[in-house]
Design a protein. Structure first.
Length: 247
């Protein structure tokens, strides 16, 4: 556990709780979000958001709107990056965009998800650095770009979730992965051995674990899903499991 991060988050939670104000973290990775939820800071009120409902990197807001009697938006801005001349623009990667931002001296925790749509990219960042990026970022790799501020990312590029119910012989994660991705149990277990399975951003080598509601599971090479809960047993004694699959 990152003790320095947890102490910082506790300071934010205590300040929110004591003074009746909203406080915000920077962007947290999935494993940091998991540590946050295990740190016992729920007394301050916790909400995670990263610019879309399916964001991997999220900002934590401490504060309960029902108690405070008002709401406060997250300090997140969406930037659109596009080539100055579209026909000369390159097909750039996540690494290209992130590298260009890091070259400006920006800390990684100030940048959220980077969504790519052809030759354009949509980057979520903390609002206090948005103008700096818009002013200073002129080139990504060999492509000259222009930067504009948006109220939100276009719906067309936001990841979508499909709700579904699968049946599996047990609630073990290897059984769920095997059923969801239509593979044998041995193939599923091999993914854990090969270190390709992640739960809430943390590598998971224990195939026998049972996920908790809300856990995000990523299987490299196959996709991601959010585990909801068991939905009961079938007549043949198999588990009906509710989940949301990224599509």
């Amino acid at each position: 556990m990152n003790d320095i991060l947890i102490r910082h988050l506790k300071d934010l939670a205590d300040r929110s709780y004591s003074h009746g104000i909203f406080t915000f973290s920077n962007f947290l990775r999935e494993e940091e979000q998991a540590e946050l939820m295990e740190a016992g800071l729920g007394y301050a009120g916790i909400m995670l958001y990263g610019g879309t409902e399916t964001s991997d990197r999220c900002v934590c807001r401490f504060g309960n709107p029902e108690v405070m009697g008002y709401d406060e938006p997250f300090p997140i801005v969406c930037l659109k990056l596009e080539p100055l001349v579209m026909k000369f623009g390159e097909e750039l990667s996540h690494r290209d965009y992130l590298g260009a931002l890091m070259n400006l001296g920006i800390e990684r925790e100030l940048i959220g998800d980077i969504l790519i749509d052809g030759k354009c990219a949509y980057i979520f960042c903390m609002d206090h650095i948005a103008d700096y990026i818009a002013e200073k970022l002129g080139t990504v790799r060999h492509t000259s770009v222009k930067v504009s501020l948006l109220d939100e990312a276009p719906e067309a590029i936001q990841p979508r979730l499909e709700s579904l119910i699968i049946t599996a012989p047990s609630e073990r994660l290897d059984a769920v992965v095997a059923r969801l991705y239509n593979m044998s149990r041995n193939q599923s277990q091999a993914l854990f051995t090969e270190k390709k399975v992640f739960v809430n951003g943390r590598q998971c080598e224990k195939s026998s674990i049972v996920c908790k509601a809300g856990d995000k599971v990523s299987v490299r090479g196959y996709g991601k899903f959010i585990y909801d809960s068991p939905a009961g047993l079938t007549g043949k004694g198999r588990w009906r499991i509710s989940m949301k699959k990224y599509i």
